[in-house]
Design a protein around this ligand. Sequence first.
Ligand code: MGD
Ligand code: MGD
Ligand code: SF4
Ligand code: MO
Length: 726
Amino acid sequence: MLFGRAQKNPIKLPAHDIVDWKYTTCGYCSTGCSIEVGLNKDGQAVTGRGVGGADVNQGKLCIKGIFEHELFHSAGRGTVPLMRDKTYEPYQETNWDAAMDKTASEIKRIQETYGRDSFAIISTGQILTEEFYTLGKLARGCIGTNNYDGNTTLCMASAVSGYKRSFGSDGPPGCYDDFEHTDCLIAFGSNLPEQHPVIYWRMREAREKRRFPLIVVDPRVTMLAQFADMHLPITPGTDVVLLNALAHVILDEGLEDRAYIDAHCSGAEEFEKLVAQYDPVTASKICGIDEDTIRNVARLYAKSESAMSIWTMGINQSTHGSDGVVGINSLNLLTGNIGKPGSTSLSITGQCNAMGTREWSSCSGLPGYRALEKEQDREEIAKFWGIDPEFFPKKRGLFQTDIFPAIETGQIKGLWIIGTNPMTSMPNTARIRKTFERLEFCVVQDAYRDVETTEYANVFFPAGLWAEKNGVMTNTERRVNLISNVIDPPGQAKSDLWIFNEMAKRFENGQKIKFPETASDVFDEMRELSKGRFLDISGMTHEKIEQQRGIQWPMTEHAETGSPRVYSDGKFNHPDGKAKLIPLPFIDNNEVPDEDYPFWLNSGRVVEHFHTRTRTGKIGNQNKYSPTPYMEMNPDSAKELGIKHMTYARLVSRRGDAVVLVQLTQRVPRNMVFVPFHFHECVNRVSLGLLDPHSRQPAFKQCATRIEPISQQEAAAVINKAARTF
Ligand SMILES: Nc1nc2c(c(=O)[nH]1)N[C@H]1C(S)=C(S)[C@@H](COP(=O)(O)OP(=O)(O)OC[C@H]3O[C@@H](n4cnc5c(=O)[nH]c(N)nc54)[C@H](O)[C@@H]3O)O[C@H]1N2
Ligand SMILES: Nc1nc2c(c(=O)[nH]1)N[C@H]1C(S)=C(S)[C@@H](COP(=O)(O)OP(=O)(O)OC[C@H]3O[C@@H](n4cnc5c(=O)[nH]c(N)nc54)[C@H](O)[C@@H]3O)O[C@H]1N2
Ligand code: SF4
Ligand SMILES: [Mo]
């Protein structure tokens, strides 16, 4: 007879008869969890599990990783190349040669008619590093357009810009192991438990062993804020003011690490002069955090033996995004908290391979953190690729957020979109829609046929995704990990690497430059180009990476393994070897709530979904848990407007409107609503996205909105229309 749990709710694991487990790395967020996909005797991927011996996740996975193998059979995949002359015509199925020839001839026609930069390329943070490097060769070396960028401008551009300004180079200095050593952690605008669940688990494990204080700076009471010792509900867009005030207190009370500043930083005098203006009383009136809390946090941070800061989109997606990153870096420089165990300024990256594109795609320059602005870098790469250095522009072209306005004004006439869905993810999508209508030619390369951008494309290239391909990705802590080709892409879909290689053959320089067919041969080129550089990967091979379950750069040629931290010697990448303390005057340039639009509109993510839901929208449990566009709203403000829990309401801004289901919660203050951005025709119809002057990243998280009650019947009609076919 069975008793207790065994009788009540026996757990039965489905029997899958796995004959082979294949090693790979998760393709959603930047945590970089190692996964094994289980194949049955028919070679079908039927299950997945975390890899026990992997440093990053030690066997754990979040809901997205657990069900990732279901992607191989998900609805809406592209399986055949498609083509049409006019975007109002239906697509015709075609073959690769015809689709490629058409695209190459349109690129050439547009470039010959309007100039080389009139054809733009926008890529992603979600293909493999070898693919990024190859795309860079194609875009910079063969097609030769300078208007080549990626969706990382919506995501990591502020972190990149801030790291470059402070330290002289991109590249996050710390690692997850820092949680094991730190005595104090501040998280700025980062909701780890939902967005990086396994990094959160690492942090929580460390905190259970040694109870270090956790301070969360976020205008919402996020899940992370609920677990924090202190929550600082900052006024949106004012983190720079808080950071200036923290620096003010540290300097005013003599808590800074003067020896570190003297030895390793430049610009201290100007910096000190500026932060002198941001006393806690003045700052509290702007950033909404009371003066004593500012003082307490400053003292706690500066007096801790080791302290670290992490941040994500609450900082990057702001008109002060780059400044926010610089401010966080300065807080850590000021207190000597860089490059030591438990001491770091660590940007939590977003997409699985946002780091790979930063390092190797040539979007913002040339491969291996080289710059177009440097003659030596141009010459090195031209020589390595076997082309004339004069083929390269001498400074970078437009960012993604400037490419769209350039289409609007007719400067750009053709566009190739790879692995990104701006129809849903860009701010003010009504404007993006009109912009797409102005293009003479558009090609979309995506794993999914039903991605919204195909509405405006002339050609569609069906791509393989994730473990249908072979190559590496770099995670938040600079760990390069392997994705292996568990199964092949469906139908005629091909890896992005194959597509770039085939396209290169159609350009003159494509005959001169070598385009290796296998990812490991491409990786060999990258290793060669990385030798002696900050991001040295010359000691890595695909085999070593798999054996070690990911390796952190730098790893020099004869090294046994990688390096957990950079800047440990206090030597930075500016020409004088020092880090810069940069003064950050604050200018209030946001759209702020007023009488007509009385709420802050904040947006972000939920744990179940990834971005524009091309993937997670098709996976049973994930879509079941979060099936519809919704908005977090404070019960007090809802009561004033006569809006009830779980009814629909209309969100209105100066740009447009959207209909959402209302979730009443104290998680947001009375003057704010929060909407996940995963749903098409939703929050980005309303958002503004003012740009950061340094990084050109949009301030997705701040604009003003009004909430209106709506007839429930009308609302249901709007929601049904916006919903995809799945
Ligand atoms: N489940 C899931 N995980 C993901 C993703 C996903 O789509 N789904 N996407 C991945 C990607 S690409 C990214 S970039 C990351 C994003 O990861 P996160 O940045 O952690 O997620 P978000 O929800 O975009 O925003 C984080 C927080 O910023 C806060 N915020 C808003 N304005 C401000 C402000 O002015 N100051 C401060 N300090 N905070 C503010 C918001 O209230 C929100 O709670 O997640 C990655 N992981
Ligand atoms: N309001 C608001 N808007 C936001 C944000 C926000 O917080 N608020 N966050 C911004 C941020 S941080 C980000 S990163 C962006 C993300 O925005 P997008 O990049 O537009 O979002 P995704 O849905 O991830 O789009 C990736 C596309 O790549 C495809 N894909 C996946 N794997 C592969 C592959 O291997 N090859 C190819 N060719 N295609 C592939 C997917 O099917 C999908 O269509 O959104 C931004 N937009
Ligand atoms: S935490 Fe990120 S990398 Fe890990 S399983 Fe989840 S989505 Fe994948
Ligand atoms: Mo992102």
